[in-house]
Design a protein around this ligand. Structure first.
Ligand code: PLP
Length: 297
């Protein structure tokens, strides 16, 4: 069965799907995107992803291609046509098609492309869901809180991780502080046993999984601090784990070749993995409403 994509109002076989060569997303990276995980045929944290998409569009003054209800209907239709039970749906909105000129066009309509693909089933065993990380300098621009398709520094960092045989590249800024992973939020249990993740500002993406995990922790009475870590604190951490729409809660058991803690998933990662699994299964379906939209919506 051929994959089906949605391109500017039409559902087309993906092999025939095409966008205009003067689409500003293609020429300037002038566009934004979202990835939502599909588990058991349901979207996870949809409200958070749609709120973040609206925020990204607003920050770049790109018009919304359609209202959320209509967008959700298209997302569902793409998932249905591709018969996805487990996988992801990807949506990208660019400023649209215009004669090449850096300044914004006056009258371009935003372009919307949606694709979906099958993925592995949701992991059930955290011990089989571990990975390793390497540290890489963060060379990105000053507004990475906007989820733009400009991902070249992230791609270069991820490539470094792949070449080192690692799952993720953890980015370190010029002052020696951890920002985030190349496509994930970084969490750590520091040497004193405090669970920490960096505060939100223009230098990290406000992760939807981060927001959902925070809401789950608040509901469960688990303490944490929104406080960044230095590279040295990261190296001394008892636990390091990542969150994202496709990594869920993923323990990093080695950092730059050295064991993190005892080299196995720690108790905090285990607890959050369990809470997030229940959430993904629909047991805590209202968590998106509980989640703080600050920094996202
Ligand atoms: N940080 C970056 C740079 C990302 O690209 C992503 C996800 O793509 C995340 C964090 C995690 O965000 P989310 O939990 O919404 O997937």
């Amino acid at each position: 069965m051929s994959r089906i994509a949605y391109v500017n109002g039409r559902y087309v076989p993906q092999r025939d799907a095409a966008v205009n060569v003067e689409d500003r997303g293609y020429q300037f990276g002038d566009g934004v995107y979202e990835v939502i995980h599909v588990h058991d045929g349901r979207f996870i944290d949809t409200d958070l992803h749609l709120a973040r998409l609206a925020r990204s569009l607003r920050e770049l003054a790109i018009a919304r291609p359609m209202e959320d209800a209509a967008l959700l209907a298209v997302l569902r239709e793409v998932v249905r046509r591709n018969r996805i039970r487990e996988g992801i749906v990807y949506m990208q909105v660019s400023r649209g098609v215009a004669r090449r000129d850096h300044a914004f066009p006056r009258d371009a309509a935003p372009a919307l492309v949606i694709t979906a693909r099958h993925g592995a089933a949701f992991p059930r065993d955290i011990d089989a869901w571990t990975g390793t990380a390497v540290t890489v300098p963060d060379i990105r621009w000053g507004r990475v809180d906007i989820k733009t398709v400009n991902l070249l520094p992230n791609c270069l960092a991820k490539q470094k991780a792949r070449e080192a045989g690692a799952y993720e590249a953890i980015l370190i800024d010029r002052d020696g502080n951890v920002t985030e992973g190349s496509s994930t939020t970084v969490w750590a249990v520091d040497a004193e046993g405090v669970l920490r993740t960096r505060h939100l500002d223009h230098h990290i993406l406000p992760g939807c999984t981060r927001a959902a995990v925070i809401a789950l922790m608040e509901a469960a009475g688990i303490r944490f601090e929104e406080r960044g870590l230095t590279e040295a604190e990261l190296r001394a951490a008892r636990e390091i784990f990542l969150t994202s729409a496709t990594s869920y809660v993923k323990p990093m058991v080695r950092l730059d070749g050295a064991a993190v803690g005892d080299g196995t998933p720690g108790p905090v990662a285990r607890r959050l993995f369990e809470l997030f699994s229940r959430h993904a299964d629909g047991a805590a379906h209202n968590v998106s409403r509980l989640a703080s939209f600050s920094g996202i919506g």
